[in-house]
Design a protein around this ligand. Structure first.
Ligand code: ADP
Length: 496
């Protein structure tokens, strides 16, 4: 072995070792900047140990003379080894830092989505509160039998416009929850026939107003009851039915067909076919028809106003129900939309439902506590209840409600209608305090959230606080009375 090679290896090894030491110092400084790196820095003990070993080796050679081939080989090889270890460490650190950056980005995105949801939630609250007053007062004004026909027609238009606005707010909110992944479908037993009849009546009325013919064909094979999210299904259907009427000028027709295409065990596949003989859809629009905010050619938008959310929402909902939506359309000739969903059939039969309906309470004579901070809203609800012969007391916030309930004789109130957002004490706290009391009706008195908050999370919170049901404002009188008919007897049975 020539001397020059041995010296070459020693010099090259020394150079590499100096380089490694410099790298180590820089690497160490970089890690020090990031205090979270304590644990990762333990990995560095291996190269430090090796570096110190080799430093001793070099010093020994320098002090004790001529290095032989084995010693210089080990020193050279060792330096290369330390160098490689540093390279690997560097790569690992880079990767960890990259994933930390991604995590931080994700946190920012989640936070901004949360802010958006909170904003929409409070905005919807702000919009529903006045809408609640408009729709409630309009319904009350229309009760007057002596209205001049012109005023009646104006009031009906106020109601229609308010309803339209409410539909739009609901669509925006639903779409937002779906996009944020926070909308979960309910699994409730419902009568599809009733849903279809209701959608049919609404569509038939709209058709009659426009001079269109309406035809419905519901398959005989339909089960009495299904399990699923009736509200969302109804939304999806009404969006498409509404469009069929909206985009069909008279004379024309709208047809609503319902078929059951698959029936295996309790699983059912249902197909809803909605056809119209209206303006049809341009070929170019078809590919984006189900994308949010797509609206037809702008020459139409003045005649047919819309937000372009209806079909997008119907598509998402049917997809969440294991189906989908398809369209066939020819400009000038009409359109056919086919919605498919999968639902479970329930064993319950229509007769049983009729039996249980007999057990329901007469509403007249009941007494309800209305907890609501806004005077006008409280008056509207009180007037609605009064129409059914239900008397009411009012508390202007949660604390007053707790106080009134505590002072009342057990059984005084047949139900409590509870607003959620109120000054002094909110509805959730008030409900918890009422439920915790030691008196016979504390656990059983039905507490119904009546609130402008329409988010799933609000529903969950109110149920967790001990409420029995959640109704979004503006309150639909039918829903309110149905809930009372259903919940009050249960309470009376347990309490008596
Ligand atoms: P919008 O709220 O604007 O009605 P949709 O998502 O429901 O939003 O519909 C998007 C667009 O699709 C409409 O603006 C219209 O151009 C077109 N469209 C939907 N249904 C029909 C139909 N039955 N006939 C003709 N065009 C339709």
């Amino acid at each position: 072995m020539p001397d020059w090679l041995i010296y070459g290896m020693v010099y090259a090894g020394s150079a590499l070792m100096v380089y490694n030491i410099i790298r180590y110092i820089r690497y160490e400084l970089r890690l020090q900047k990031d205090s979270k790196w304590e644990k990762e820095r333990q990995v560095l003990y291996l190269p430090i140990f090796l570096l110190v070993m080799f430093l001793f080796g070099y010093l020994a050679i320098g002090l004790f003379g001529h290095p032989d081939i084995i010693v210089s080989g080990i020193l050279f090889g060792g330096s290369v080894f330390v160098f490689v270890i540093f390279g690997l460490l560097q790569q690992i650190t880079d990767r960890i830092q990259e994933s930390e950056r991604l995590e931080a980005d994700l946190r920012v995105a989640k936070e901004s989505s949360r802010v958006k949801t909170t904003f929409l939630s409070s905005m919807s609250h702000e919009m529903r509160t006045p809408l609640n007053a408009i729709m409630g007062l309009d319904a009350l004004a229309l009760q007057n039998p002596d209205l001049p026909p012109e005023t009646r027609s104006q009031l009906e238009k106020v109601g229609d416009s308010a309803k339209h606005l409410l539909d739009m707010i609901n669509n925006i909110l639903d779409m937002n929850s779906i996009e944020a992944g926070s909308l979960t479908l309910k699994e409730e037993e419902f009568s599809l026939r009733q849903t279809l009849e209701l959608a049919g009546i609404i569509t038939k009325n709209r058709c009659e107003e426009k001079g269109l013919t309406y035809e419905s064909r519901f398959a005989d094979a339909l089960d009495d009851y299904y399990v699923g999210d009736e509200t969302m299904l109804k939304h999806a259907l009404l969006n498409v039915l509404g469009n069929a009427v909206k985009f069909t000028p008279a004379p024309g027709s709208v047809t609503f067909t319902v078929e059951q295409t698959v029936s295996v065990g309790p699983s059912r596949e249902l197909r809803f076919i909605i056809s119209d003989t209206g303006v049809g859809i341009d070929k170019n629009l078809l590919p984006n028809l189900f994308t949010p905010f797509t609206i037809g050619d702008t020459s139409n938008t003045n005649r047919y106003s819309g937000s372009g959310l209806g079909l997008a929402l119907s598509k998402r909902v049917t997809e969440m129900m294991g189906g989908g939506i398809a369209v066939e359309s020819k400009k000038g000739q009409g359109s056919t939309f086919t919605l498919t969903v999968r639902l479970k059939a329930s064993d319950r039969k229509a007769e049983q439902a009729a039996d249980s309906a007999e057990g329901e309470t007469q509403l007249s004579g009941l007494k309800v506590l209305i907890v609501e901070d806004i005077d006008l809203n409280a008056e509207i609800v009180a007037d609605l209840l009064d129409m059914e012969g239900i008397s009411s007391d009012r508390a202007e916030n949660g604390l007053v409600a707790v106080d009134m309930f505590t002072r009342s004789k057990p059984g005084t109130y047949d139900a409590i209608l509870m607003d959620l957002r109120m000054p002094v004490m909110d509805g959730l706290d008030a409900t918890r305090i009422i439920r915790d009391q030691d008196r016979p009706d504390a656990k059983t008195v039905p507490i119904l959230a009546l609130t402008a908050n329409a988010f799933d999370e609000d529903v969950r919170n109110s149920l967790e606080a001990g409420m029995n049901a959640h109704m979004a404002k503006p309150v639909d009188p039918d829903v309110l009375f149905d809930n009372l008919r259903h919940l009050v007897p249960e309470h009376k049975e347990k309490h008596d």
